[in-house]
Design a protein around this ligand. Structure first.
Ligand code: ADP
Ligand code: MG
Length: 287
């Protein structure tokens, strides 16, 4: 039988905006000592502003148009932001052969012309020599018909609640706070330092994130829990692999919400410590 306090725990959590998918997760959640965060959309807003456009062969208007069109089918925060910066309705009829490369970017035919938009990894993959950009931000390199066409510098901001959320987790006795991201080392370090993370791993492909979590699972104290917090489609495998998967529910992808054990209804990172605290109280009553 399920102790009554479990129902109280799940009920209390749900009133606080935290959906716990089963009473078994309360026990696991109560033992949380390590928290691994995804960056984009989890610790940051996931809404990128365009800071600069450096064009090469075509003008910057055309470059942004190609980017918005090539990104027309993607639900990635970068895609949404580029479409918003373009500002016009994207005519999907002009775009065919769309290929989204996880942790890299997109390749598509726009008006029959091949457009690639993504990070340095994507350019390397396509054997396109790109120009290094030393500006702060996430760099979206662009190639048109195999020729380097320039880059768009975009930047995201850290959620105001991220820092207090991490402080609250430490007060709850969490010992290790780690960040994983597919973004560049430069951007990742800046965010990690500003939040006082214990470790940061960047330029990871979705499969690398799973491997990193597996490595961290081997290193954690026995009997303790490692939780992963994420929001994207790519995060689903990591959410399943961690002892506890926590998804951002409001802006998160359906795949992440499905794979998670705990869902934060309003994407507020502060609610992670709320969930841990409720679980700990609940287990203290049971034992
Ligand atoms: P994160 O780990 O920060 O959630 P992802 O794994 O989704 O990031 O993506 C990692 C990197 O891959 C991004 O920082 C970006 O450089 C590139 N990327 C991924 N998807 C896209 C896209 N649709 N358009 C352009 N670049 C992308
Ligand atoms: Mg993400």
């Amino acid at each position: 039988s399920i102790p009554l306090s479990f129902f109280a725990g799940i009920g209390g959590a749900s009133r606080a905006g935290v959906l716990i998918k089963g009473s078994n997760y309360l026990e696991t959640l109560a033992k949380t000592q390590s928290i691994v965060f995804d960056k984009t959309g989890t610790l940051t807003e996931g809404v990128f502003e365009v800071n600069a456009i450096h064009h090469n062969v075509i003008d910057d208007k055309k470059l942004l148009e190609y980017a918005a069109l090539a990104e027309s089918a993607s639900s990635h925060p970068i895609s949404k932001s580029l479409r918003k910066a373009y500002g016009k309705v994207v005519d999907r009829g002009r775009v065919t052969n769309i290929q989204e490369v996880g942790g890299n970017g997109v390749i598509a035919l726009v008006d029959g012309v091949q457009v690639a938009a993504g990070n340095a990894k994507l350019m390397k993959r396509l054997h396109i020599s790109y120009i290094d950009c030393h500006q702060v931000g996430t760099i979206v390199h662009m190639a048109v018909n195999g020729v380097y066409a320039g880059h768009i510098v975009i930047a995201d901001i850290v959620k105001p609640a991220s820092k207090p959320a991490i402080a609250a987790l430490r007060r709850e006795g969490v010992r290790s706070v780690v960040m994983l991201t597919g973004d560049s080392y430069k951007v990742a370090n800046q965010v990690a330092v500003s939040l006082g993370m214990d470790a940061v791993y960047a330029e990871l492909l979705p499969a690398d994130k799973v491997k990193k979590v597996e490595e961290l699972l081997l290193k954690k104290a026995s009997g303790s829990t490692l939780a992963f917090v994420g929001d994207g489609i790519n995060d689903a495998p990591v959410l399943s692999r961690a002892d506890i998967g926590i998804a951002m529910g409001a802006m998160g992808s359906d795949a992440a919400i499905e794979a998670a054990d705990v869902v934060l209804m309003d994407d507020d990172p502060m609610k992670i410590s709320t969930a841990v605290r409720i679980a700990r109280k609940c287990m203290a009553i049971v034992h």
